[in-house]
Ligand binder design. Sequence first.
Ligand SMILES: CC(C)(COP(=O)(O)OP(=O)(O)OC[C@H]1O[C@@H](n2cnc3c(N)ncnc32)[C@H](O)[C@@H]1OP(=O)(O)O)[C@@H](O)C(=O)NCCC(=O)NCCS
Length: 166
Amino acid sequence: MSKTAPIPQIEGSRIADLTSNPLKDQQKYLAEIQRIEKKHFPSSEALDFNAELKKRNTNAILVLKDVDGSTEVAAYLVYLRMKRLTLLHKICVAQPYRQQGIAKEMITLLRSRLEREGCGSVQLWVDEDRTAARALYASCDFKQVDRCPDYYGPGRTGLRMVLRLE
Ligand SMILES: CC(C)(COP(=O)(O)OP(=O)(O)OC[C@H]1O[C@@H](n2cnc3c(N)ncnc32)[C@H](O)[C@@H]1OP(=O)(O)O)[C@@H](O)C(=O)NCCC(=O)NCCS
């Protein structure tokens, strides 16, 4: 995706690939993402974005929002693209922007992109206790295919979910 598009329900917002922004803005957005990441995930699950996004087949979709003349990151989705399979690595919406359809919008965009490119499925792992994330994935047609006790550490079960693409 080289173009940006507004999200109608969020005034002053746009959705775009990280790399479609000027380099200096990319650095600023990455720093913001790292802050959001630290806030919402235990350190063992926090992605090292600088390392991760250097990989050729890793990509990030951002939702940006204009606030008082500057731009902030409202949400991000990171995925790893392989031939017939895509791994949805991470999705997060900053607290003030939740439950307004932003995460679903990002997954819908990813889905239509991957279908166009001929990718066969999207896979992810989610902590069984993350109820909001599970509701999101279910509403985007992901199906649970595996359940792995202690996947995220003692007592923390991981669910593997897959979205089959057309
Ligand atoms: C999970 C998360 C990304 C959802 O983002 P969001 O923008 O609030 O989700 P949306 O508004 O697009 O909602 C999508 C669907 O999930 C449901 N949903 C979202 N949050 C929910 C909640 N807290 N409780 C119940 N259902 C919820 C919505 O009702 C909606 O369902 P519908 O399409 O049937 O109406 C967000 O809560 C988040 O960032 N959580 C912390 C990080 C995380 O857990 N990431 C996933 C693991 S990597």
